[in-house]
Design a protein around this ligand. Sequence first.
Ligand SMILES: *[C@@H]1O[C@H](CO)[C@@H](O)[C@H](O)[C@H]1NC(C)=O
Ligand SMILES: *[C@@H]1O[C@H](CO)[C@@H](O)[C@H](O)[C@H]1NC(C)=O
Ligand SMILES: *[C@@H]1O[C@H](CO)[C@@H](O)[C@H](O)[C@H]1NC(C)=O
Ligand SMILES: *[C@@H]1O[C@H](CO)[C@@H](O)[C@H](O)[C@H]1NC(C)=O
Length: 335
Amino acid sequence: MVKGLFEFLTLCVLVFTGRPTHASPLELNPPRVVVRYGDSVSVNCRTSATDHGGMGWEATFGGTGLEQDVNIVTWTVDNLTDWTIEPKCYINLIDGEQPVKVLPVILYKTPDSVSISVLRHSGPMVEGTEYQLQCDIQNIAPLRNLVVKWYKGNEPLDNVTYSNVSKTPVDVSPTLMIIPSRDDDGAQYRCRAELDLGPEGPQPPLVMTSEPLDFTVFYPPTFSRPEAETLDIRVGEEMTLNCTAAGRPTPLYIWQSSHVQDALFTPPSKLPGTYTCTASNLIGKISKTFTVNPKPKGSSRTFYAIIGSVLALALALIVIAYFVYKQRADPNSTI
Ligand SMILES: *[C@@H]1O[C@H](CO)[C@@H](O)[C@H](O)[C@H]1NC(C)=O
Ligand SMILES: *[C@@H]1O[C@H](CO)[C@@H](O)[C@H](O)[C@H]1NC(C)=O
Ligand SMILES: *[C@@H]1O[C@H](CO)[C@@H](O)[C@H](O)[C@H]1NC(C)=O
Ligand SMILES: *[C@@H]1O[C@H](CO)[C@@H](O)[C@H](O)[C@H]1NC(C)=O
């Protein structure tokens, strides 16, 4: 019991004699700065201490001497070009303490250039093949605030960020793996370097976009209806077999026919038979078969006309037969 009380008191003494964590007697305004390389900057350091032994700024550029009898000292640089500058405001307090406040500085530089290319490749791409796009961003700082965004047209594809803490300008070349499809033919890809410098930085964030990279994507011929077709044709009737295939480069067509073996070539659409069309380009080829069946000359319309006439004739005979029969059964009646 006594031991416990003793421990409690010891704890209280420790708590009350422990160095109180005073709020810093120094206040920076603005508390942090974002500066474009070569721009001017000015920050005030104000103290709440009424009496002190001098205060000032310590920095590779814009440092001040120890100033007495002031409560504000200003750090000013006309042309800030020191990438690693770390200005500190300090004060000599009466009790011999020297609190220091470091000014966080982000010195930034927009890239000299942003360009997009396909790695180890030039010319048209082939559908389904893997390629690497590369975005070359030159001379940018700081890397930590860079967001690289990839776009296909206006559609965002991917974002790249860096955790590198280096403050000096660097070149970076992020890559994006793509497997183009035929939909990418004619599409434009871009990459964009955004410097997102936070609320103290320029608004909206600084953006530099590459020139577009125009895609040409080759793909094999394909039919919208790939299945074989069967068509009926009356001899002499015109008919067009459509073998149009989508493909890039534009497909070339070859027709083969069961009837086109002799020297005299009859246009395929005029004769019954089987016709095979092959569409081909650099990337591939595809075939489709059309079967054209002959149809008897007396077509269904004539058939129904004959049936119709026969029925009408039969009906007329029945009516006549009925009246003839009635008259015979009742000779007095008049028709
Ligand atoms: C700023 O400093 C850089 C490097 O010291 C120099 O090249 C540039 O000309 C200066 N700009 C101005 C406006 O003084
Ligand atoms: C990229 O970042 C933006 C915000 O800056 C976000 O809207 C978008 O969804 C992100 N895109 C991807 C693919 O992560
Ligand atoms: C990241 O930083 C390290 C050193 O801090 C450096 O060696 C490396 O090259 C940097 N990466 C890029 C992409 O600049
Ligand atoms: C042939 O078919 C294609 C698509 O399969 C179509 O775009 C085109 O209009 C057709 N041509 C004719 C003459 O019907």
